[in-house]
Design a binder for this molecule. Structure first.
Ligand code: ZN
Length: 366
């Protein structure tokens, strides 16, 4: 399932094998919550070299419903994406406003924001939903505490997540199953959660409940603690982190997989990720700027359009602006990860981190 080929300090190069092909790690996945990477076609994704996306099992279960996805022959055919599809269980969403109705030993009670129907999502049901969606990688049902949260509540989250993980793993199937480590910002809870899950036969491990408002140093400290207690030979997936600097730092801690709305959300709001840092193309200083967004980028947007044109599209609220900028940002992140892998292979990741720090250090990192 997962093989490691090269290491540079704690950073590593590996290959994750799934039903829909092999992907070199570390890699980044754009987010396709509702079975679409916002504003991009599957062809755009393929051209950019996107090998994997993550969609949300809870959202798809509520709408359009599993029978619709099954009628297409699974999520790959539904969204016409032939790469690797991860499904998040939606544990993160379930305990948040708009869904949450309560939690008990059996699972999480939710209410659909669409039709008001109530459901009890147990780990067995979450597994069944993800199996019927036919994703390549299923994430366990986790209890993801908000930040900040009391120790008692975070501890309850860890205990439930461990119990649910055991029940989630019970069924036999061809999906890869990833556990999710919780524990908020409490070191002993992070350690306990990682150890609990490491004892179960997961194909990989998500590190959840981070990048939700805690300081960045705290996030990286938690990652260190968790990784110390996870098996070497399994892939580690830092959920919801996707800015260049945080990615490089986490790669150096031993993280292999990332996902984030960072490139697409920024793309819809006028912010470009470039090799010189983040730039806001809405600003009036781009009105007459005839350069491409990034002269080092070879994406469709940079090959064909000026900053001035993108600026104009955003000023006019034209949807093409969102498309072109999302496309550039996603392509940029895919190329960025290629560079990260090259630097690891060449033993230069430490030096590369300094460079990335110089470029993105002063920017918001989510
Ligand atoms: Zn570009």
């Amino acid at each position: 399932m997962f093989k490691i080929f090269a290491e540079n300090n704690n950073a590593r190069i590996g290959v994750l094998k799934t039903k829909h092909g092999e992907i070199k790690t570390p890699f980044f996945m754009p987010v396709a919550t509702k079975a679409t990477v916002k504003a991009l076609t599957p062809e755009d994704l393929t051209r950019c070299g996107v090998k994997a996306v993550i969609t949300n099992a809870l959202h798809l279960f509520l709408r359009p419903g599993l029978e619709v996805i099954e009628a297409h022959g699974g999520v790959h055919k539904f969204m016409r994406f032939n790469g690797v599809v991860f499904t998040d269980s939606g544990g993160f969403q379930m305990i948040r406003k708009g869904f949450f109705q309560g939690v008990e030993e059996k699972g999480i009670k939710i209410r659909s924001p669409y039709d008001g129907n109530k459901y009890l999502i147990t780990p067995e049901i979450s597994k069944e939903i993800q199996r019927r969606i036919e994703s390549d990688v299923a994430m366990t049902l986790d209890y993801c505490a908000e930040y900040p949260v009391s120790y008692e509540e975070a501890e309850r989250g860890v205990e439930l997540t461990t119990k649910w993980a055991k029940r989630f793993l019970r069924s036999e199937d061809k999906q890869l199953n990833f556990g999710i480590v919780q524990g908020s910002v409490y070191e002993d809870l992070r350690e306990r959660s990682a150890k609990d899950l490491a004892n179960m036969d997961f194909d990989g491990y998500g590190i959840g409940g981070l990048s939700i408002g805690e300081p960045k140093e705290v996030m990286h400290r938690m990652i260190d603690i968790v990784i110390n207690h996870l098996p070497e030979e399994k892939p580690r997936y830092l959920m919801g982190v996707g800015s260049p600097l945080e990615i490089v730092k986490a790669v150096m801690q031993g993280v292999d997989i990332f996902d984030s709305v960072f490139p697409t959300r920024n793309g819809r709001h006028g912010t470009a990720i470039t090799s010189q840092g983040l730039i806001n193309l809405r600003k009036s200083n781009y009105r007459n700027d005839l350069k491409p967004i990034d002269k080092e980028c070879s994406c469709y947007t940079c090959e064909n359009f000026t900053r001035s044109y993108i600026h104009h599209l955003f000023r006019e609220k034209e949807i093409l602006g969102m498309h072109l900028l999302s496309l550039h940002n996603v392509c940029f992140m895919i190329k960025f990860m290629e560079r990260v892998r090259d630097e690891i292979e060449q033993g230069n990741i430490e030096k590369f981190k300094k460079e990335v720090e110089g470029i993105y250090g002063n920017h918001l990192s989510r």
